[in-house]
Write a protein that binds this ligand. Structure first.
Ligand code: TYD
Ligand code: MG
Length: 501
């Protein structure tokens, strides 16, 4: 038997040392080192036994280098999941033997999605569902909600990774679902299930089995409060595909986004809504997300502090409402909070609004929220976020049928965006009448006669179109002061918050 040895592992980054450290020298986090006693050698006992073999075209296993042209291309056959959006995200279904990590917050719907996949795949292939977190009874209850009592899915509540990998050998060429990797342990490691070493060793054993027996394997991974996959990034390097399941648990909408895909592009996304009978794909996500705002279009002005943006999610366009709230701060350093939007981008945009447009935001708390619980990182949203902040500060409503598309640079210029035509077309389809876009992107080919496309060069220009009648030019400072003072009259703004003071 291998000699037991103790090592200290950082639970943040997986760094290991033989002695205790108060602060991890790798990632700098304090108090994250946990002692783990292991009887494993540096390489796990199981991973030594299983060699990843290469199948040559004659079917012979070989560990010697093989000519590329002689390798068997098994990627051509795919296993369809029964959910077209998921197949697309995977690049055309599961590749046999591939390992997929499905990460997401607890309660987002990972188990539900995978049971639905299991239901479809089990009609043709052997499917193993390892429920490490739930009892067989709970799985059965969920299955009956999804109306799949009769499906031929094999449920196992085993948590020992070595035993799971043994069971997996019976599911050769099939599909295995491990729900979740944090609930699986390796018997030779003393730390609790879910710790870095446990996750790493257990995943390694399961991945080796998946490759050896050609099983498409899905590992469910929970996400930590900071947003990374618990048992950190180590897992992302070990698997072939990383899918993130995102959304607001309290709402219906969920987005499945690939972060890494060895067998397809990472630009496709799938959008689902959680219903009584499981997850359904949403055909028209923009309509779903804009909801009431679409009904009011044309008849009413939108409330101050809101704007609609068109964000590109892979090859799709999503129309989203941005909301901003600007209020006088009671703190010495004002608060700037972004929900669904990158907070550094927000700070940058605020600086541009102050220095280049001339708005007085130095003493203001600023909150920005993307409605629908969706995280976006598309710079084309800058213009809409800027408009939302400015209209909130000045308490001016905007035309509800206008959409804002454009990246804002540090000099206040509006920069070009990709797929502009696609974005404007989607807006026109939903009934928007006016699009404020980067001038350098024009001309674009929009057939809709109802849609007016206006090119702008600077953020100030866009604000002037959104709020006609306001003059931001410093040469007319006096007039501006009067306008802004009037806008802020009832709000008791401190003097130094007024623009240009
Ligand atoms: P679940 O798949 O258990 O989430 P995860 O595995 O990511 O932790 O789903 C959690 C939520 O989904 C739960 O709050 C109940 C809800 N749900 C439905 O709304 N409809 C359904 O048909 C099912 C099965 C679950
Ligand atoms: Mg679950």
């Amino acid at each position: 038997m291998a000699k037991a040895r103790s090592r200290w592992t950082c639970q943040g980054c997986g760094f290991q040392t033989s002695g205790f450290l108060g602060r991890c020298t790798e990632c700098g986090s304090w108090g994250s080192m946990v002692e783990e006693v292991s009887s494993l050698d540096s390489q796990s006992a199981f991973s030594k036994n299983v060699t990843r073999s290469v199948l040559s075209s004659d079917g012979q296993e070989s560990t010697k280098p093989t000519l590329l042209q002689d390798l068997k291309a098994s990627h051509s056959e795919r296993i369809f999941t029964g959910i077209p959006g998921l197949d697309e995200v995977l690049g055309g279904g599961f590749v046999p033997g591939a390992v997929i990590l499905l990460a997401g917050d607890p309660g987002i719907g990972k188990s539900t999605l995978l049971l639905q996949v299991a239901r479809h795949v089990s009609a043709e292939k052997e499917v193993l569902y390892v429920a490490g977190e739930e009892s067989a009874m709970q799985v059965k209850l969920r299955a009956s909600r999804l109306n799949m009592q009769d499906s031929r899915v094999h449920v196992d509540t085993q948590q020992d990774s070595v035993k799971i990998s043994e069971t997996m050998q019976e599911f050769s060429n099939g599909v295995a679902i491990i729900d979740s990797i944090q609930s699986i342990f390796h018997r030779d490691i003393t730390s609790a299930a879910g710790s870095v070493s446990q996750v790493r060793e257990s995943a390694q054993i399961i991945i080796n089995s998946a490759k050896a027996a050609n099983i498409a394997t899905i590992l469910v991974g929970h996400v930590t409060k900071e947003g990374s996959i618990a048992g950190p990034r180590i897992l992302e390097h070990m698997v072939d595909v990383v899918l993130h399941f995102e959304g607001d648990r309290t709402r219906q909408l969920r987005i499945l986004r690939p972060n890494k895909n060895r067998f397809g592009s990472t630009s496709e996304i799938a959008i689902f809504s959680m219903t009584e009978g499981g997850l359904n794909e949403v055909g028209n996500p923009s309509e779903f997300l804009l909801g009431d705002r679409l009904n009011k279009m044309g008849s009413k002005q939108a409330p101050s502090g809101t704007a609609v943006i068109a964000t590109g999610e892979g090859t799709r366009t999503l129309l989203l409402e941005v909301q901003a709230l600007v209020s006088v701060t009671t703190y010495s350093a004002p608060r700037r909070l972004a929900n669904g939007w990158d907070s550094n981008r927000l700070l940058q945009l605020i600086a541009v609004l102050e220095k280049k447009v001339g708005l007085g935001l130095a003493r203001a708390d600023i909150y920005v929220n993307i409605v629908g619980g969706i995280d976006i990182d598309d710079p084309a949203g800058d213009l809409g976020v800027g408009v939302a902040i400015a209209t909130s500060l000045l308490d001016r409503s905007v035309d509800s049928s206008t959409i804002f598309i454009g990246e804002v640079g540090l000099t206040g210029e509006v920069r070009p965006v990709v797929m502009l035509e696609h974005r404007v077309k989607e807006a026109a389809r939903l009934g928007f009448k006016r699009a404020i876009v980067p001038k350098c992107n024009l001309p674009i080919n929009i057939r809709s006669k109802q849609m007016e496309v206006i090119g702008v060069e600077t953020l100030t220009e866009a604000l002037l179109i959104a709020m006609p009648g306001i003059d931001f030019s410093k040469s007319e400072k006096k007039k501006d002061d009067a306008v802004f003072a009037a806008a802020m009259q009832d709000k008791d703004f401190p003097l130094d918050m007024k623009p240009f003071m």
